[in-house]
Design a protein around this ligand. Structure first.
Ligand SMILES: [Fe+2]
Length: 478
């Protein structure tokens, strides 16, 4: 599929087909094509992770599920105004076996062609997180896979010091900016449906508990506050039977429009019970933005999909270019007001423009924040508008500011980096990968967070056509 690169106005479907087209090259080069100037305050590493299938199925890349692919991890390192790009595959046992045999190892849409390759698709391709000296590549269907933070060389699976209660943990741990604790959950179709872990700043695991949930669901992410853990249980049912009889993940995860969401709330202390509170609507969220406590309530913002069935259908076919628009692949910003004592939940839709990959100043995870950032849709309707903007939200005034890309460019997850360790909230930079269909290359934009609607302070063109990927995080140099 190459027509997208010359098309005057590539479609979103062409963009998906292009950025998810595998490029198995691993990178190791100094970035030299730079427009503008890299701020000298940026010293550290931007880690990114996303799927990039090295050995393809016979049916080609378009047949892959949106979530399928080996984990190609990127480290873009900044030092005194220079930048360097390193990428390495997460070399799990399964990855190395298939690299050796040259066989596609199977995924969500297509099974392995050889019995030896059967088994869970454990590519840790969703997020990359540094905590307590460990750099962890993560996916929600496997335990974390540890990498060397400098070289990205494999260090192997980390199983929470043998304390895992389920098959996996998710790719979305929450690191409390005040305590330094990392909280993370797991989910699975077997009981216990949900599990919770706390990893202390020294890397020890201080809590590992099973959580009773009303039904098994896909719970991609969760939220924390100073005193609570919040589990968003979506209107998606994880049915074990299709998994057991070989029909696979695609049929096991079902949109259920007869189930309103529930919000599980429990205190962070060991042994606390979980209260499951009815949300007003059917829905599903991949990503809450942040949650915090104020006036006896928990306030949680999130990007919520109102049509779980449409979402699941679009995810299955996105790589072949079949994305239908507002019906499925569109989450909208919502605010949830939860009363943990009364057991009530109100929801407010904040915008009609689709938004995903919500981020904030990570030092405020779990505490009251004013500013949020997300990849959002332009005012045009339908799928073509998705991921055309970066939006900055002001929770105090309710206003928002946008930076819109030109035609043929799409944005990924915006990551906030403070200007310095003592900088105020929003005083820093937004790092954002932008895919340019005309050049068939991504660029990394460095924006002034206080002026995101202006031109980037610097735009770094990457040499390799990498996927925008899913998630990443900044690690400040010490
Ligand atoms: Fe995610």
């Amino acid at each position: 599929m190459t027509t997208h690169a010359t098309s005057p106005r590539p479609t979103l479907a062409e963009m998906f087909a292009s950025i998810l087209r595998p490029n198995p090259n691993e990178a190791d080069y100094a970035i030299t094509r730079i427009e503008g100037e890299i701020p000298r305050e940026l010293n550290g590493t931007l880690y990114r992770n996303g799927p990039c299938q090295k050995i393809l199925p016979d049916a080609g890349p378009g047949a892959l599920h949106f979530f399928d692919g080996d984990a190609l991890v990127h480290a873009i390192r900044f030092e005194d105004g220079t930048a360097h790009h390193l990428s390495r595959y997460a070399r799990t046992e399964s990855f190395e076996r298939c690299e050796k045999t040259g066989r596609y190892r199977g995924g969500i849409n297509i099974k392995a062609s050889h019995p030896e390759d059967e088994g869970p698709n454990s590519a840790p391709n969703t997020n990359i997180v540094f905590h307590a000296g460990r750099l962890l590549a993560m996916v929600e269907v496997a335990p974390p896979f540890e990498l060397n933070p400098e070289t990205l060389a494999p260090r192997g699976t980390w199983d929470y010091d043998g304390k895992m209660l389920g098959m996996s943990t998710t790719a979305h741990p929450k690191i409390d900016g005040r305590t330094g604790q990392m909280l993370i959950h797991g989910y699975q179709p077997l009981e216990p449906y949900v599990q919770l872990y706390v990893v202390e700043p020294d890397g020890s695991v201080s809590l590992a508990e099973a959580i009773d949930a009303p039904w098994p669901s896909m719970m991609h992410d969760f939220a924390i506050t100073e005193n609570y853990v919040i589990f968003p249980l979506g209107s998606i049912y994880f049915d074990l039977e299709p998994m057991m009889d070989g029909r696979g993940f695609g049929e096991a995860v079902q949109g259920r429009h007869d189930l309103n969401m529930k919000i599980g709330v429990r205190r962070r202390e060991p042994g606390s019970p979980t209260k499951w509170i009815d949300a007003p609507s059917v829905g599903f969220m991949f990503h809450p933005g942040n949650a915090y406590e104020k006036d006896g309530r928990i306030w949680m913002d999130a990007c919520t999909y109102e049509n779980p069935t449409g979402l699941l259908e679009d995810l299955a076919t996105a790589r072949s270019g079949a994305v239908r628009g507002e019906g499925g692949f569109a989450a909208h910003p919502y605010l949830y007001e939860i009363d943990p004592e009364a057991g009530t939940c109100k929801e407010t839709k904040l915008s009609d423009h689709a938004a995903e990959f919500p981020r904030l100043d990570d030092r405020l995870v779990g505490y009251e924040n004013r500013w949020g950032y997300a990849g959002t849709a332009a005012p045009a309707s339908g799928a073509e508008a998705y991921f055309r903007r970066i939006t900055k939200y002001d929770r105090v005034s309710g206003s928002s500011v946008h930076r819109e890309t030109v035609a043929g460019q799409w944005v990924g997850e915006p990551i906030f980096v403070p200007r310095g360790v003592d900088a105020a909230e929003d005083d820093g930079f937004i790092l954002n990968l932008v895919y340019d269909a005309h050049r068939d290359r991504p660029a990394l934009d460095i924006l002034d967070a206080r002026a995101i609607d202006r031109d980037p302070l610097a735009r770094l063109w990457l040499e390799e056509r990498i996927s925008l990927g899913f998630h990443g995080n900044w690690l400040q140099a010490t």
